[in-house]
Design a protein around this ligand. Structure first.
Ligand code: PEP
Ligand code: MN
Length: 348
């Protein structure tokens, strides 16, 4: 249940509410906002009417609400203002435009540094690059591993761009966290609950990609694992889902953007590279993602896409990214006031 605390409540009163919840076997999560403190009291059992009545009567309690969704900490009803994730100088969410760009896989120092310098010059806000690659075939390039992480950290030093990279298993979390600024959970691991718990314990920003066949509710419940482990810096990434359609690699579910806006306070990024699998589709679907209200995009960029060791067909060249970045800034400047103040037509 969600307990709103009176602005005038004393710390003793709040402590008494907490200890009553703990006594009832519930975990307590704090949400301090400008409108005051809310506590989420969460446990495996359903809503406890008796406890709710008891809490309402306690001094310091303004109201007690029954959550209407299966996910709790990620819901708009728990936190009504956008979560803004800060990563070094970059800001993700809250009306900013985030451009994550870089190679699918880190292949070599030359390749990575060339992309890093190019995307930085074009105004990217984060550098992406895979060191541990979840490949469909065991014979495909699996990534440079630790060496890739070291190169990525060097590229950050050279460009000043924060770095995002995938972590594939709980045993890798400490190592990847030592280098990365944002931990990425790939589509194939959206429901790897032990991995979600492990990244939840790091307190580092985590970008959770939507599972290939994950519903929006399952995705938010996956995010909930990270939040419930104590990490509130979660970013969602729509990267296309598997449908009956085979003309593109996946189907970019742009419905997810406004739906998530309504359901959650977490920032939303769109990845049109993995969603389409085709270089020529990346720009139009990036425009669409930003126009729909996404907080930014993640795209794959390679100096010579035809020579890429993975996902060359969907990788942009550096000049293509540079042009796209400018176009997206233009689109964002036009649409962001509309999303900040939705008109009648939005029905909001
Ligand atoms: C990636 O972004 O490197 C990646 C592997 O993407 P996904 O998990 O969406 O397939
Ligand atoms: Mn890729």
């Amino acid at each position: 249940m969600f307990v709103r605390i009176n602005q005038s409540a004393t710390s003793e009163q709040v402590a008494a509410i907490r200890s009553r919840a703990t006594e009832a076997g519930l975990a307590v999560y704090d949400e301090p906002t400008e409108r005051g403190l809310t506590l989420a009291l969460l446990g495996p059992k359903g809503f406890d009417e008796k406890l709710s009545d008891e809490l309402v009567a306690m001094p310091g309690v303004a109201s007690v609400a029954r959550p209407s969704r299966a996910y709790r900490l990620s819901s708009q009803e728990f936190r009504g203002e956008p979560t803004v994730v800060k990563v070094r100088d970059a800001v993700i969410g809250g009306g900013s435009l985030t451009l994550m760009a870089g190679p699918c896989s880190i292949e070599s120092r030359e390749q990575l540094f060339e992309v890093a310098a190019g995307v930085a010059a074009a105004g990217a806000t984060l550098l992406r690059g895979g060191a541990f690659k979840p490949r469909t075939s065991p014979y495909a390039f699996q990534g440079l591993g630790l060496e890739g992480l070291r190169l990525l950290a060097e590229a950050r030093d050279r460009t000043g761009l924060p770095i995002i990279t995938e972590v594939m298993e709980p045993a890798q979390v400490d190592m990847v966290a030592e280098f990365a600024d944002v931990l990425q959970i790939g589509t194939r691991n959206m429901q790897n609950f032990s991995l979600l718990n492990a990244v939840g314990r790091t307190r580092m920003p985590v970008m959770l990609k939507r599972g290939l066949s994950g519903t929006i509710e399952e995705w938010l419940l996956a995010a909930e694992y990270i939040l419930a482990a104590g990490n509130r810096q979660v970013i969602l990434c729509e990267r296309g889902i598997r449908t009956f359609e085979t003309a593109a690699r996946n189907t970019l579910d742009l419905n997810a953007v406004p739906i998530l806006r309504r359901l959650t306070h977490l920032p939303v990024i769109v990845d049109p590279s993995h969603a389409t699998g085709k270089r020529w589709m990346v720009a139009p679907m990036s425009y669409a993602g930003v126009a729909a209200g996404a907080d930014g995009i993640m795209v794959e960029v390679h100096p010579k896409p035809e020579e890429a060791w993975s996902d060359g067909e969907q990788s942009l060249t550096l000049p293509m990214f540079s042009r796209l970045a400018g176009e997206l800034r233009t689109i964002h400047s036009v649409v962001s006031p509309m999303h900040a103040n939705p008109g009648e037509a939005s029905g909001r």
